[in-house]
Design a protein. Sequence first.
Length: 228
Amino acid sequence: METSKKSAIIIGATGLTGNVLLQELLKDDRYGTVKLFSRSSVGISSPKLEEHLLNLFDIEAHKAKFIADEVFCCIGTTMSKTPNKEQYGAIDYGIPVTVAKLCKENSIETICVISALGANAESSVFYNRVKGEMEQAVLSMSIPNTYLLQPSLIGGKRKEKRLGEWLAKKFFIILRPLFVSSLKKYRVIPPQEIAQCMVILANRANKERRRILSDEISKIVEGDRNRT
């Protein structure tokens, strides 16, 4: 008897990592439906794909459509792109927390959220503090399978130009040989590894709620490759 295929929701599929994740799910035979909730279309066609174009700040109004086995939240901005702190908080805190709330209300048992290395609710750095507060709020929902991924700088080419991030990537790539032992978590990480890790974790369903540092993301992906 054929096992029924799963459904997944992606928030932020038009972004760098979210788009890579979308490609991973579309080619994964375990998934029959991939729902996208975003402001604009990804511009591709697939029988698996179901797009819901909307204002993500109003996503709660679409609760009836927010039904899936797993949810992947890849939304995020930067201080250079969104300098207004209130707007920044509405995106990096407000959207993931609302998404987690919908998961709780609709009995979705698995959520994977991209956070950031250094996330800390007690941090004096605004960016890190917002990410840390978001993590705390998501964890407080007590969704059975909750994974908060904390990548370092994410490699790859983005659609929009981020000069500061580009320079930082170049700097960290040059210093990569020095990032050993406990410093491995600061290495630039490819979006493919983050996306693959999210899929691996979602399919483990270990009933755990935890944070995953950048170097562990790479280890999880490497371990999965070695098993196959």
